[in-house]
Design a binder for this molecule. Structure first.
Ligand SMILES: [Zn+2]
Length: 260
């Protein structure tokens, strides 16, 4: 990763090489900080811990936006603060722990299994993260994964695995209504556009308010097309640019939600 970039005075973002995965750091009181989606490989986590130490920061809380394996890793170098997730995400991560850890180890064999998906559930209906720092609002929805949390802190929307410039919307195909859940989440996030100046996707690049509107429109269009059995022309699926797994996932969800 190329260090921590300042999105605002209180919100820093690290971008890792693997899957253009981002970590958001919210600066709190007295050198404390909240680390959201900390990174994947032990090397990435070590780099993050070093970058925090260089700024005189120590981790007082962690947060996983959702239960997928690439968002629930941790390292001893980051300390032993509670790592929050919604209660639905915590339950889902626990249920998928063995498979998730196997997937993590297929990417990075030396992942710390003892610290994998050790999450503290937020109370149901919680409005903000319980920690000593700027208010971090929690917007829970069901798109992409059970109990997915988007966060809003001082005009920055930390979107988790939604609103990416690189990835098309990826549905939770185990849900009863994957498309409906995703559309509902985009509705919740659209309601925030007047207060958001920056959007930070879990995979991809930070965007401004105009870019947030563009991504919301692009994601709605993709979902509409998908519902009609199309969607291949989304620019994020351009052959030679898109990762193979993304094109595969797109085809899978096309098959899963295609009209009869
Ligand atoms: Zn995910």
């Amino acid at each position: 990763m190329a260090g921590l970039a300042e999105v605002t005075r209180d919100v820093l973002v690290a971008t890792h090489d693997f899957c253009t995965h981002t970590t958001t750091v919210v600066v709190g009181d007295e050198g404390g900080c909240l680390v959201v989606d900390p990174g994947i490989t032990p090397a990435e986590l070590a780099d993050l811990a070093e970058a925090l130490a260089r700024r005189g920061l120590h981790v007082t809380a962690g947060l996983a936006t959702h239960p997928h394996w690439d968002h629930v890793l941790w390292s001893r170098a980051l300390g032993s603060a509670p790592r929050f997730a919604t209660s639905a995400a915590t339950a889902s991560a626990a249920a998928g722990r063995v498979a998730g850890l196997a997937e993590a180890r297929s990417v990075a064999p030396d992942v710390d299994g003892d610290l994998f998906a050790v999450l503290t559930p937020l109370p149901d209906g919680v409005r903000s993260v319980p920690w000593d720092g700027p208010r971090v609002d929690v917007v829970e929805h069901r798109a992409h994964a059970p109990g997915h949390a988007a966060l809003v802190v001082a005009g920055v929307l930390v979107a988790g695995d939604l609103l990416s410039d690189l990835e098309v919307p990826l549905l939770d195909l185990d849900a009863a209504d994957p498309l409906g859940d995703y559309m509902a989440a985009l509705g919740l996030l659209s309601a925030l556009v007047d207060e958001v100046r920056w959007v930070v996707p879990g995979h991809g690049h930070v965007g401004d308010a105009a870019e947030l509107r563009r991504r919301l429109a692009a994601d709605r269009r993709y979902l509409d097309e998908l519902a009609a059995g199309r969607g291949d022309d989304d620019p994020r699926l351009t052959p030679g640019v898109a990762e193979d797994w993304l094109i595969r996932d797109h085809r899978n969800q096309q098959a899963a939600v295609a009209p009869p």
